[in-house]
Design a protein around this ligand. Structure first.
Ligand code: COA
Length: 330
C-alpha cells in the first residue's frame, strides 16, 4: 500500500457577531484602549451570545469546512473538538457536533491542550490518516472562554474572545499536506494558567465561587516568558523535521495571544515581519480557535496559496505547545 500524506481539504470558521471594544471594556474595568493596545495589540474581540454554547460555534465552523471541502458528514471517520470550554463535562462536545452534523460513521472525542488544542488535534488526525487508521477527520478548535472569565479582573478579561475554526483533514492527491508535527508540554508550569475549581479536585462550592476559583487565573508575565522561550525552538525543530529551512517557509500562523509575544518570536527567529499572520487586533485570544481562524483568514485573503510552505504554532495552558509544517493544497 502506498503511504498516504494527510492534508487540509477545507476550512470554516464561526465568528460571533457581538463585538466588545477596548473602549467598552474601559467602561467595565479600570483600563484604557491605550494600555490594551500597547501591551497586547488587541483592539476588539467577538463574544458568543448568552444562548450560544461552544458546540453551536463548532457546528457552524464544521458545516462551512465540510462545504468547502465538498465532503459529506457521512464520509467522516473522526471528529475531534479541541476545547477548554466544552458545553458540559460529558458527553464530549465532539459527540454533540457529531449528532447535529449527522456524521453517523464518525468517532468523536474532545481534546484538551488549552490554546494548543487545535494544532494538537490536527497532528493527531494527520497521523491517524497517514497510518491508515482512518481516511478523513474533522478537527475543530472552538471556545467560549468568555464564560470562564472574571469580568472584574482587568488582567485577564481584556485578552480573550470567543470563536471557532474547523478543518477537514483527508488524504492528499499530490505533494500537499503535512510534512512534520511536534507536540510538547511542561506540566511543572501548570499553575501559571488555570481554572482551579470545577473539577474533581475542587468541585464548585459557594466558597469556591466567593473566592472566584471557578474563573480563569493567569500569571501573564510567566506565560509570556514561557511562550517566548519555547516557541521559536519549536518552530525551528518542526521546520527542520520537515526537511526545510526557515527561509523556505512562506507563512507562519502563530497562536494569537499577544502581539508582543509574536514580535519577540519573530525577532528570535530572524524571520521578516510580513511572513507572520497577525489578526489579534480583531479577535483577541480565542484559545483553540485562534490558529484556525488566522489560517482561514490568510487563505481567504490570498496570503496563503496552493503550494506555499506554512507553519502553524500554538501554546497554552498546561503548559502545552504544538507546531506543524505543511504544504498548502489538496
Ligand atoms: N489595564 C490597565 N492596567 C493593567 C491592566 C489592564 N487591562 N492589566 C494589568 N494592568 C496593570 C497591572 O496591574 C500593573 O500595574 P502595577 O505596575 O501598578 O502593579 C501594570 O499594568 C503592569 O502589569 P504587568 O502584568 O506587568 O503587564 P505586562 O506588560 O506583563 O502585560 C499581559 C500583561 C497579560 C498583557 C502580558 O503579561 C501577557 O500578554 N502575557 C501573556 C498572556 C497570554 O499569552 N495568555 C494566554 C496564553 S495562551
Amino acid at each position: 500500500m502506498q503511504p498516504v500524506r494527510a492534508t487540509i481539504q477545507g476550512l470554516g470558521v464561526c465568528i460571533p457577531t457581538r463585538i466588545l471594544t477596548n473602549d467598552d471594556l474601559a467602561r467595565m474595568v479600570d483600563t484604557t484602549d491605550e494600555w490594551i493596545t500597547a501591551r497586547t495589540g488587541i483592539k476588539r474581540r467577538h463574544l458568543a451570545e448568552p444562548d450560544q454554547a461552544t458546540s453551536d460555534l463548532a457546528l457552524i465552523a464544521a458545516q462551512r469546512a465540510l462545504a468547502q471541502a465538498r465532503v459529506a458528514p457521512d464520509d467522516l471517520d473522526l471528529i475531534v473538538v479541541g476545547t477548554a470550554t466544552p458545553d458540559m463535562y460529558f458527553p464530549a462536545t465532539a459527540c454533540l457536533v457529531q449528532e447535529r452534523l449527522g456524521a453517523k460513521q464518525a468517532g468523536a472525542f474532545d481534546l484538551l491542550a488549552a490554546c494548543s488544542s487545535f494544532v494538537y488535534g490536527l497532528i493527531t488526525a494527520a497521523q491517524l490518516i497517514q497510518s491508515g487508521g482512518i481516511r478523513r477527520a474533522l478537527v475543530i478548535g472552538a471556545e467560549t472562554l468568555s464564560r470562564l472569565l472574571d469580568w472584574e479582573d482587568r488582567r485577564t478579561c481584556v485578552l480573550i474572545g470567543d470563536g471557532a475554526g474547523a478543518a477537514v483533514v483527508g488524504p492528499s492527491t499530490g505533494n500537499a499536506g503535512f510534512y512534520s508535527g511536534s507536540v510538547g508540554a511542561d506540566g511543572s508550569a501548570g499553575d501559571v494558567l488555570k481554572v482551579t475549581a470545577g473539577g474533581s479536585r475542587m468541585p464548585i462550592t459557594a466558597d469556591a465561587i466567593e473566592r472566584k476559583l471557578h474563573r480563569a487565573y493567569m500569571d501573564g508575565q510567566a506565560v509570556f516568558k514561557l511562550a517566548v522561550r519555547t516557541i521559536p525552538t519549536l518552530i525551528r525543530r518542526t521546520v527542520d523535521r520537515a526537511g526545510w529551512t526557515l527561509e523556505q517557509v512562506d507563512r507562519i500562523v502563530p497562536h494569537q495571544a499577544n502581539l508582543r509575544i509574536i514580535d519577540a518570536m519573530r525577532e528570535q527567529l530572524g524571520v521578516p515581519a510580513d511572513k507572520f499572520e497577525v489578526n489579534i487586533q480583531e479577535y483577541g485570544n480565542t484559545s483553540a480557535a485562534s490558529v484556525p481562524i488566522a489560517l482561514w483568514e490568510a487563505v481567504e485573503a490570498g496570503r496563503i496559496r496552493e503550494g506555499d510552505r506554512i507553519v502553524l504554532a500554538a501554546f497554552g495552558g498546561g503548559f502545552t505547545y504544538a507546531a506543524c509544517a505543511l504544504i498548502w493544497g489538496i
